[in-house]
Design a protein around this ligand. Structure first.
Ligand code: NIG
Ligand code: FE
Length: 394
């Protein structure tokens, strides 16, 4: 059994026991064995290992857990972004443009684009990435999107209910029937989760409920895009169904916040519905940011994710999202780093990632900086010096 000691860590974020909400340790070391964290403690008391990596006083944190990304698509929508920056609104209507490009692409083109984005994210410290379908919107194209997604991640999400495709524009309920029936059946073998874009212009709350309930019957976990472009009932639907996460949460009523804050007891398991905030989307659609402070102060569990997609948020960078959340959403750097690591893990109902405590997966990031604070303090600077995934440098 070969072991690696990551040693001479100036500041270690564990998200477990330690100083403050991030469970900090100073002058620390992490012993990695068989892809897992085997020991964490002071450098001075570190056990022997087959190999030692001296990080020279740098900060080390759990790899980022990006719990919301749309990576199976072709083409881009730079012109749409340009038009928005000149004043055009974001409506989600451009999703159909990407659907056309995705249907026309070969498997290899989709795979290459996904690999490119996954590589970008990894270089920026993302060690786990959820990947949604949602740009195929036929039985065959959704199934192949998920098959390709599953080659890259175990966290795959069926989003056949992204929008109603043009060919079903005048019979949306037939499309909902297709999603709940043959499309779900073809997608489910490759998917862990089901998601719906519950928003005006996409799917209403009754359609979303029917689709998510079908997914639950097929043993998929529930997540939902909700309250992004305006107020609505999506957040409360997500809570009602015991969703692992409700995502966006940009336009929330007091009742929405109360529902999220009260979810710990809903399903009797003490498991919360996480509010996943996606500040890249507000950045790229020039919209007001969600109020993270209000959620945190109410006791809601908050995660941060990129929403990486070619329309509303074409960034794969979790450090960028951390910096935005601190500057624009009234999160402290510690809250933002927790939300981008442990919060993302909660949003995926995972207890083996987003933390660096014995038994956890050895997914970690070495910063080119002495403290996690630099992730927000030095925005736009490539601070990820080294990434370890399952105990190895990919
Ligand atoms: O999460 N909101 C719906 N889906 C994506 C946008 C997709 C697109 O514009 O292509 C989102 O923001
Ligand atoms: Fe999204």
């Amino acid at each position: 059994m070969s072991s690696v000691l990551v040693d001479n860590i100036g500041e270690l974020v564990t998200n477990g026991a330690g100083e403050g909400p991030l469970g900090l340790h100073r002058d620390a070391a992490v012993l990695v064995e068989e892809g897992r964290v085997a020991w964490v403690g002071p450098s001075a008391h570190a056990p022997a290992a087959d190999r030692r990596v001296d990080v020279g006083g740098a900060a080390v944190l759990p790899g980022f857990v990006d719990s919301h990304a749309h990576l199976v698509f072709a083409g881009d929508r730079a012109a749409e972004f340009g038009a928005r920056m000149a004043g055009a609104p974001y409506t989600g209507g451009g999703i159909r443009t990407t659907v056309g490009a995705t249907r026309a692409a070969t498997d290899e083109e989709l795979r290459a684009n996904l690999r490119r984005l996954r590589g970008e994210a990894l270089r920026q410290g993302t060690t786990t990435m959820e990947i949604k379908s949602g740009y195929g919107l036929t039985v065959a194209d959704e199934a192949r999107s998920l098959r390709i997604a599953a080659e890259a991640s175990g966290e795959t999400t069926f989003l056949g209910a992204h929008v109603v495709p043009a060919e079903y524009a005048d019979r949306p309920d037939d499309y909902v029937g297709l999603v709940c029936g043959p499309m779900l059946a073809a997608a489910a073998p490759y998917a862990k989760w089901i998601d719906v874009f519950c928003e005006r212009g996409a799917f209403d709350v009754d359609q979303a409920r029917a689709i998510l309930a079908s997914g639950q019957a097929a043993r998929l976990g529930v997540r939902i895009h909700a309250n992004q472009l305006g107020p609505g009932q999506g957040v409360q639907l997500g809570v009602e169904l015991g969703a692992a996460s409700v995502d966006h949460c940009t336009h929330l009523s007091d009742a929405d916040v109360d529902a999220l804050a009260g979810t710990a007891h809903r399903d009797g398991s003490g498991t919360r519905t996480v509010a996943t905030l996606l500040p890249g989307a507000e950045f790229s659609t020039r919209s007001p940011y969600p109020d993270a402070r209000r959620l945190l102060d109410a006791g809601v569990t908050v995660a941060l994710a990129t929403d990486c997609n070619p329309g509303s948020s074409y960034t794969s960078s979790m450090p960028f999202c951390v910096a935005l959340a601190v500057r624009e959403m009234r999160m402290t750097p510690a809250e933002a780093v927790w939300a981008a690591t442990a919060g993302g893990a909660r949003a995926l109902r995972r207890d083996d990632i987003g933390i660096l405590t014995p038994g956890a997966r050895a997914d970690l990031v070495v910063l080119d900086a002495p403290s996690y604070l630099h992730l927000a303090y030095r925005p736009g600077v490539p601070l990820i010096r080294q990434v370890m995934r399952n105990g190895v440098t990919p």
